[in-house]
Write a protein that binds this ligand. Sequence first.
Ligand SMILES: NC(=O)c1ccc[n+]([C@@H]2O[C@H](COP(=O)([O-])OP(=O)(O)OC[C@H]3O[C@@H](n4cnc5c(N)ncnc54)[C@H](OP(=O)(O)O)[C@@H]3O)[C@@H](O)[C@H]2O)c1
Length: 218
Amino acid sequence: MKIAMLGGTGSIGEGFVLRWAEKHEILVCSREIERAVNVACDYTNILSNKGIQCCTITGCGNEAAIKDADVVVLSVPYQGVISLLEKLSPLFKDQIVISLVVPMKKNKWFEYTPPKQGSAALEIQEILPKTVKVISSYHNVSARKLANLELSLDYDVVVCGDDDKAKKTVMDLTHEIKNLRPLDGGGLASSYMIESLTPFLINLAIRNGLSDLGVKFV
Ligand SMILES: NC(=O)c1ccc[n+]([C@@H]2O[C@H](COP(=O)([O-])OP(=O)(O)OC[C@H]3O[C@@H](n4cnc5c(N)ncnc54)[C@H](OP(=O)(O)O)[C@@H]3O)[C@@H](O)[C@H]2O)c1
């Protein structure tokens, strides 16, 4: 598949590129093409230094990637993703869009700040054409652990969405990351539950001297 990582130059983008590039063609997308090209080159070098053969990792602007992608991953902060998608929306057709986006702010502690639609995922579905299949997932995966290919990610990943075929594609992509277990979390309307866990996990980590907390259902 061809996977476009919008904001793929950032913290969580790196881990997904490194983990998926063995099997998939990856487009690392940025607001600045030069930055995307440099970062794509860095990711390729990281894999090649580990002796890992990968498909192509190409840097490009956010706009250029959408048309040809099968899957578009939104790895951009909430503060930027809505205006970005309002601009890019006409370029989308029937892609699978994976939202990792968590609207949150820090007061004394981190707080979930959903939009009026109820969650970032529902707001994103409203902006994009109806033919686009929005899937909400990966909000509770640590960027640091994901980017460290030596580390095992013994987490569960809840996948929410209204299109079963698209949800299966994302669950299959999750299986490709060693030890991550995808769980069907129902429709996109359930996204607020997994989005809101992120600030909760960060607060738990800060208050208890922990780091990189994830979720495991037993
Ligand atoms: N970090 C985590 O552990 C983690 C875990 C799960 C989910 N998430 C979610 O994943 C998303 C990305 O998180 P992150 O930590 O990777 O963020 P980040 O490193 O701060 O930003 C990711 C990329 O987004 C682009 N960006 C930043 N501000 C933007 C704006 N105003 N408009 C358009 N693009 C912008 C930047 O790319 P360019 O400058 O190259 O355009 C940046 O490299 C967030 O929604 C977050 O809630 C994060």
